[in-house]
Design a binder for this molecule. Structure first.
Ligand code: M6R
Length: 625
């Protein structure tokens, strides 16, 4: 789950590396480093902590070392780390030097112990506790036997097990960058139109230079130099061709645009994410009775229509979206849906019907467990579909068909707008399948058009200010329960996850009906219970749960319809959903509740003083299991 970047060309490399690493920081941020060529030497600057440390060290290097002008450096690699093997220390930070070879690595070398023993027995002395450094010794050994850097990297892969990507350079072949990918650690390459090559773990570092990118497939080696990039097969070394993809992301979407944090910006971008997703998924020219939800992608539609049942698999927030998908698809389409955690499913002996369709949800499209399920199911001969926000991601390439959400880049580690976009894509699947079964869902479609407007109308104003005020009042409590029923239940789980994730506060999400089965024992005056109670079929029952926890001393924060005086009176704190939301079908409530719990977590995190966009111990893209 680390981020890697490499550049060879005519531009100032150190600047590209540092800017690139900052954009990849979401992938890991416990230590970082860069390596760059000056004269015939590769210099390394690395540090524990954030990339700012390395940036300062590079500035100092430029000031203090003779001829230290870093604008003359045109070749280098960089890394931001999420520690797996070895603590997040400077010593363990990448890049690692082994003789004349310097490398950055993302992924895990599974036979690390055994490999280390062998390398030590052959006289090597690892300086770090990482598995990554071992790869460098393997390349070095091959080059000492006469291999080129490219072949050295290829041959080194013969001795390592596990999925990883590397970018490697050597003082013997200055000006050449060799990247390689095996398994799930992504790598993207591009030709610098001014002459050169750039490689990175995702496309964000490339965007300042070009939008024409090439996704490195697993089993590829890519060699970059000042003339561009060339692809080879990792096993045979034979040259191969790879297609270029044009990205629709812009540099502007990667900035905070005046918001204090990416997370806040992304919460506010939800109305746009919904509109863009809806426009991206549907073929509006074909819209109408009988199908108000015609998919633009025929393959997606065909797969859905031929499924006997649907299995939704995902992790974390995407799993919460999947839970809601089950409610909607079963309600409108009458199709059986099961929801599975990818990390559990992959190690079971799952039973699928021949026509079961497995839909994997992953905003990043790179989550290791989710991808493992897709591969497993592909191997069983069942069809798979990916729902992802990232074009060119591994999920998009490995699933039988792909459905893209169009939330734009999400930088904050906490998923916000991608969650709403996933919800919408699932609702559209439900609507499409329901229409095919003769359900009259035109009114649902009409309401869909209203949701982003209603949300946009209140998100920045009332909702944000209420969340701010309420957060101040409840910040000091020991723990939080989020409860909800029906469509609000997955949002209760999501609210609790958001709070744990960014505010480091103990929080649990429960279906209201589950309270009496154990959790209510936890309720006391130190506990806040966030009651999600829109005006829906479950409201009365949720209100009873509210009374039960209140009777046991809990502090109650209710979130519900603005006209719901009874709910308001029953609670200690209150946040009203947007006016007008109650005129819509109850299926839309999650689209309003979700930004409220996101804002609440955001405000509580601010009060706790945590790093909202990069919470501790986490990385946005979980590419190791
Ligand atoms: O990229 P994915 O959607 O596959 O990620 C799955 C989870 O790691 C992710 O949703 C995680 O739970 C979020 N950071 C929570 O905000």
């Amino acid at each position: 789950m680390c981020g890697i970047v490499g550049y060879a060309g005519k531009r100032a490399a150190v600047d590209i590396l540092i800017r690139g690493l900052k954009r990849l920081e979401y992938r890991g941020y416990d230590s970082s480093g860069i390596a760059f060529v000056r004269g015939d030497r590769i210099e390394i600057i690395k540090s524990e902590g954030r990339i700012d440390n390395v940036e300062k060290m590079a500035a100092k290097f430029a000031e203090t070392s003779p001829g230290g002008n870093l604008n003359d450096v045109h070749f280098g690699i960089g890394h931001t780390r999420w520690a797996t093997h070895g603590k997040p220390t400077t010593q363990n930070a990448h890049p690692h030097r082994t003789g004349h070879v310097v490398l950055v690595h993302n992924g895990i070398i599974e036979n690390y112990q055994e490999l280390k023993k062998k390398l030590v027995a052959r006289g090597h002395q690892p300086q770090s506790e990482t598995d990554s450094e071992l790869f460098g010794f393997l390349v070095l050994e091959e080059m000492e036997k006469g291999a080129s850097l490219m072949n050295g990297v290829r041959l080194a892969f013969d001795s390592v097990e596990g999925a990883c990507s590397v970018v490697v350079m050597s003082e013997r072949e200055l000006g050449v960058l060799v990247g390689a990918r095996r398994g799930g650690s992504p790598l993207v390459a591009a030709i610098d139109p001014e002459g050169g090559a750039i490689l990175a773990s995702d496309a964000q570092p490339l965007i300042d230079i070009t939008r024409e990118v090439i996704f490195v497939e697993q089993g590829d080696v890519v060699v970059g130099d000042s003339k561009g990039v060339h692809f080879f097969d990792l096993k045979s070394g034979a040259p191969i061709q790879r297609k270029t993809t044009r990205l629709d992301w812009s540099v502007e979407t990667l900035s905070k645009q005046g918001f204090a944090h990416y997370m806040l910006k992304e919460i506010h971008e939800q109305p746009t994410a919904l509109v863009d997703t809806f426009n991206g998924l549907l073929d509006l020219a074909k819209r109408g009775d009988p199908d108000p939800f015609p998919f633009a992608d025929r393959e997606v539609a065909k797969l859905l229509e031929s499924a006997s049942d649907i299995v939704l698999i995902a992790c974390g927030t995407s799993w919460h979206a999947a839970l809601l998908g089950k409610y909607w698809i079963e309600r409108w389409a009458g199709v059986r849906v099961s929801v599975e955690l990818a990390s559990e499913f992959r190690y079971r002996q799952p039973v699928l019907a021949p026509q079961s369709l497995v839909i994997a949800l992953s905003q990043s499209g790179e989550t290791a467990d989710t991808l493992a399920v897709v591969r497993q199911v592909n191997g069983l001969g069942n069809k798979t579909m990916g729902i992802t926000n990232v074009r060119g991601s591994t999920l998009s390439r490995e699933a039988t068909a792909v459905l893209y959400t169009s939330a734009g880049p999400e930088i904050g580690v906490a998923a916000t707008k991608t969650f709403s976009a996933q919800l919408l894509s699932l609702l559209i699947i439900a609507g499409h399948l329901g229409s095919k079964k003769g359900r009259k869902l035109e009114p649902v479609f009409d309401e869909l058009l209203r949701v982003p407007h209603l949300l946009a109308g209140e998100l920045a104003g009332t909702l944000a200010s209420r969340a701010h005020a309420v957060a101040k009042a409840i910040a000091g409590y020991k723990g939080f329960f989020f409860i909800g029923r029906g469509y609000s239940f997955p949002i209760a789980l999501e609210g609790a996850l958001k709070l744990k994730e960014i505010a480091y506060v103990h929080a649990e999400g429960y279906a209201g009906g589950e309270l009496k089965h154990g959790p209510i024992a936890m309720i006391d005056p130190n506990m806040v219970v966030v009651v999600l109670a829109p005006r829906d079929s479950w409201r009365e029952k949720t209100l009873s749960n509210l009374e039960e926890v209140k009777a046991r001393g809990a502090v109650v924060l209710a979130i519900g319809d603005p006209s719901d005086e009874a709910l308001k009176q029953a609670s200690h704190h209150w946040i009203a959903l947007p006016e007008g939301a109650r005129e819509l079908d109850e299926c839309w409530a999650p689209f309003f509740l979700s930004p409220v719990v996101q804002l609440l977590s955001y405000e509580l995190a601010l009060l706790k003083g945590t790093d909202v966009d990069k919470p501790r111990n986490l990385a946005k893209s979980v590419t190791v299991e």
